[in-house]
Design a protein around this ligand. Structure first.
Ligand SMILES: C[S@@+](CC[C@H](N)C(=O)[O-])C[C@H]1O[C@@H](n2cnc3c(N)ncnc32)[C@H](O)[C@@H]1O
Length: 225
């Protein structure tokens, strides 16, 4: 896999997500006619809320362990679930202060939730700290995917669950065109992108009990360390 380093792309990511902070939730949740059109035309109608809810259903309602949500983004998909998991210790991490500020706005009144500005490639946590690592729509944005896989694995406890979803290439020419010509140029996505085969290979190498599904160009998965 050809890897770029965060040092060269970090400002690009911050400014890309600064620019999109006011439209991100609307687009991803299909909050307007144009967003619906965009998702239907470019993303084969994949409903991100539905995918997010499937992944979140992997975490029991009475869960009381430590969860790392990386990247939390604006917490648009996780807000309700995180608010209800009052027995858990939830750490929300993102590289962009703009995105993290919106997550804080949604979740700041919850004492079981904390916020960290940081890089997935250099997580400020000890080995085996987390019972669950959730990474929703992150890997297609992370500049150094090898480090991201390594670090999310390192901070997960043995027996813990790695769950998440992200864009995979090779499923739809239209989506791949959009990602290559628009989303990557804007800085919201960062190559190299994994195919379903690449993802399965990485997950099987690191984890057991791998379950992986696809919905259009989005792969979602759960697996055990
Ligand atoms: C598409 S958003 C996904 C956010 C959220 N999980 C969701 O599903 O709505 C991608 C996020 O990845 C964050 N990000 C990009 N590179 C990162 C890095 N190296 N470390 C942590 N977060 C990063 C961006 O700031 C952005 O908030």
């Amino acid at each position: 896999m050809n890897i770029s380093v965060l040092g060269t792309g970090d400002d690009r990511i911050k400014s890309a997500y600064h620019a999109s902070k006011n439209i991100y939730d609307n687009v991803l949740t299909q909050g307007s006619f144009l967003s619906k059109l965009y998702i239907n035309f470019f993303w084969s109608g994949t409903d991100d809320i539905e995918v997010a809810n499937k992944i979140l259903s992997y975490i029991p309602e009475d869960f009381d362990g430590t969860i790392l949500d990386v990247p939390v983004g604006t917490a648009v998909f996780t807000e309700k679930k995180w608010k209800n998991l009052t027995k858990a210790n939830i750490i929300c991490l993102d590289y962009s202060e703009d995105m993290l500020d919106q997550a804080k706005g949604r979740l700041s009144d919850c004492s079981h939730i904390s916020f960290v500005q940081g890089d997935v490639g250099k997580l400020p946590f000890e080995n085996g700290k987390c019972d669950v690592v959730l990474s929703m729509n992150g890997f297609h944005a992370f500049p150094d995917k090898k480090k991201a896989f390594r670090e999310t694995y390192r901070v997960l406890k043995k027996g813990g669950s790695f769950i998440g979803c992200f864009y995979i290439k090779g499923k739809s020419g239209r989506t791949d065109w959009l990602v290559k010509n628009i989303l990557t140029k804007k800085g919201w996505f960062t190559p190299p992108f994994l195919t379903e085969e690449n993802l399965l290979k990485v997950l099987h190498k690191l984890y057991s009990k791998v379950e992986c599904h696809t919905d259009g160009s989005i792969a979602y998965f759960k697996c055990r360390k």
